[in-house]
Design a protein around this ligand. Structure first.
Ligand code: MSP
Length: 642
């Protein structure tokens, strides 16, 4: 019976389209999964989307749509992007699916039954963007944004009771987290003591209600982590769940390690379920040397990536450029250089010249292997050793090291051709057997290389096999049973063509520039369609409908229970009005009286947290942070902005 292998990516937040970071995680997962399949394992690859939480709820409200509509759009985008890029997942779990709701409720009941849950009160600074309370300080240590102070009733998970159990588990499974340095970080964190964990919220509605106390909504991490089991039958299909759980590898970025290596095993232990077998924590990509961010304009989406280069090219670059676990810098220039040197020159040229010589000297028929001479035996030994090394490294999830080994072999085969000079042998009819043997050895090594590259660059690997005349589909090759002499003498090679076209520096730069510009334009159009701020142009009459006037803030006070809103009285010269503004995170009430501001004065009145607002204060949104519009010169109160 074949071995089962279950691997997951994180469930992606649906507040944006897939970008290069998400693509990286999913490409690593896809490569590992393809490798396992080519080892003959029974594999399941789960990915999906994390769709609940305050941030989604707010984002939907801002756009004037229901949260469900928002998450449907983005979840669809993730799913279709992975499908288009050939990233072959088996399960796509969405945290808004019914099967997921059932599983979360079941896990909670099991955890509660074990005595690991109690009702308490939570107070703290909460980062809306990262959906997490912040241990200390006003700014989020992860994203740097200003946090909001919140107090709420909450169910707590007794994480503190799991310290010893977790430490014992880490001791018994020292490879639980790879790379090792990250395992050590986790151990140190747990040794430092664990605080109980708030697992429910009453401050927002967009989420899964706690069974039996529905005003509580599950904390997004309790909800999202459960996706790894809800997608595999937990709470619905015991046989399926038994088959796949515990998971073999959770693949995650280093930013979400604690949730996976501390909280998640503790939840599972409390519920009497086995913890994950392994967590692979990868590093982060910066773009052209900087953290990727929309405001910096260095945000690279999966669409842009795949529009600019073929899938093999970015798969290769992402997997080869950095060792798993390290951070790396993404640049289109770096991608082009790597692709040209490794795929086009090293691999492409080896395939091209070997196959061309078989076509020219043997009419496209694979020659006899003959007796291996010393150099031939060495090459064969190299192939066997590389295949072993490659399997050891991939088994250990070191993809980039496995690729290094394959590239060393490519180098050796290229050298083998140079040393044996088949083009010289071809001139001497008495050395035809030797010529045949040299080309057979090179072509056979090429076959072994192509099979090993199957999980990494499936497009090119399949093309090499086809051109070698091998009809069996790439996926049907079995890596562990790959033996020398798999190539059949006397068989015909396929039609030859370049495996990988070169990326010309100038042309490529233009293409990147154009695609990026096209991407930005289409983003604007879709924002316009969705009624976003980057709307299509309007005429002056439409603009004139909005009346904006100069006002001075007379007083400002907090609104009970709200961490975001302030109640302001503003003087418009002819009248004093009350407006409610969502600026409490950035402006203290004492700092506001006397400030000149701009008020939209012809909006219909609205009630916010039960307080009437008769107008809207104008502010720029700087990465989500409001900055009030003002005047630096004297101006009469009530003046209209035109
Ligand atoms: N929703 C949570 C995960 C819940 S899993 C139960 C989440 N989502 S995320 O969309 O923000 O991130 C998903 C993955 O993308 C993470 O593993 C994260 O590390 C990865 N990346 C996001 N940006 C990245 C880079 N710039 N570089 C590499 N990976 C990065 O976290």
């Amino acid at each position: 019976m074949s071995k089962t292998f279950y691997l997951t990516t994180p469930l992606y937040y649906v507040n944006d389209v897939p970008h290069v970071g998400h693509t990286y995680t999913t490409v690593i997962a896809d490569a590992i999964v393809r490798y396992r399949r080519m080892c003959g394992d029974d594999v399941s690859f789960l990915t999906g989307t994390d769709e609940h939480g305050l941030k989604i709820e707010r984002s939907a409200r801002q756009q004037g749509i229901e949260p469900q509509e928002l998450v449907d759009t983005y979840a669809g985008k993730f799913r279709s992007t992975w499908e288009r890029l050939g990233l072959n997942f088996d399960e796509f779990i969405r945290t808004t699916q019914k099967r997921h709701y059932r599983a979360v409720a079941k896990l909670f009941r099991a955890v509660k039954k074990s005595g690991s849950v109690y009702l308490g009160q939570y107070q703290g600074n909460y980062c809306v963007s990262c959906e997490a309370y912040v241990a200390e300080g006003r700014n989020c240590p992860d994203c740097g944004r200003l946090t909001e102070f919140m107090t709420e009733d909450s169910y707590f998970f007794k994480l503190s009771a799991f310290q010893e159990k977790l430490l014992r588990f880490y001791r018994d499974n020292p490879d639980f987290v790879v790379p090792r340095a990250r395992m050590n970080e986790v151990v140190r964190f747990v040794e430092g003591g664990l605080q109980d964990l708030s697992i429910s919220r009453t401050s927002f509605r967009w989420g899964i209600p706690v069974p039996g106390d529905e005003k509580h909504i599950f904390y997004v991490w309790f909800d999202a982590l459960t996706g790894y089991i809800s997608g595999m039958g937990y709470g619905a299909d015991d046989e399926k769940f038994e088959k796949w759980w515990p998971v073999d590898v959770h693949l995650i970025g280093k930013d979400i390690l604690r949730f996976h290596a501390v909280y998640w095993p503790a939840f599972l232990m409390a519920a009497g379920l086995a913890p994950p077998k392994r967590i692979l924590s990868h590093g982060w990509w910066t773009i052209e040397g900087e953290k990727m961010s929309k405001s910096k304009g260095n945000f690279v989406t999966a669409d842009e990536l795949s529009n600019v280069v073929r899938t093999d090219y970015f798969r290769y670059f992402l997997l080869r450029e950095i060792p798993l676990g390290s951070d790396g810098n993404f640049s289109f220039d770096g991608l082009r250089t790597r692709v040209n040197s490794d795929l086009v020159n090293d691999l492409g040229n080896l395939a091209q010249r070997t196959l061309k010589m078989i076509r020219s000297y043997f009419g496209g028929v694979i020659p006899e292997a003959g007796e291996s001479d010393e150099k031939g035996r060495e090459l064969r030994k190299s192939c066997d050793e590389t295949a072993r090394l490659y399997q050891d490294r991939l088994g250990d999830l070191q993809i980039n090291k496995a690729m290094e080994a394959v590239w060393e072999l490519i180098g050796r085969v290229n050298k083998y051709l140079v040393v044996n000079e088949p083009w010289v042998l071809a001139k001497d009819p008495s050395r035809r057997t030797q010529l045949g043997s040299v080309l057979y050895h090179a072509a056979e090594a090429l076959r072994v290389i192509a099979v090993m590259l199957g999980p990494i660059v499936p497009g090119g690997a399949a093309a090499v096999l086809r051109q070698l005349g091998i009809r069996r589909p790439l996926e049907d090759h079995r890596i562990p049973s790959m033996e020398w002499a798999g190539l059949e003498s006397g068989s015909s090679i396929g039609r030859l063509s370049h495996i990988y076209p070169r990326l010309d520096k100038k042309e490529f730069r233009v293409k990147v520039k154009n695609r990026r510009a096209a991407g930005a334009a289409s983003k604007k159009t879709s924002a316009a369609k969705a009624g976003g701020r980057d709307d299509a142009r309007i005429d002056i009459k439409e603009f004139a409908k909005v009346r904006m006037q100069v006002a001075r803030i007379v007083s400002a006070e907090s609104i009970p229970k709200s961490t975001r809103l302030l109640k302001l009285k503003v003087d418009l010269g002819s009248e004093v009005r009350q407006v409610v503004a969502g600026i409490a995170g950035q402006y203290s009430p004492e700092s506001l009286p006397g400030r000149l501001v701009v008020i939209v004065t012809n909006l219909k009145p609205a009630k916010l947290m039960g307080v009437e607002s008769n107008g809207m204060i104008v502010a720029a949104s700087d990465g989500g942070k409001p900055v009030l519009a003002t005047f630096t010169e004297e101006v009469r109160l009530g003046s209209v902005l035109t």
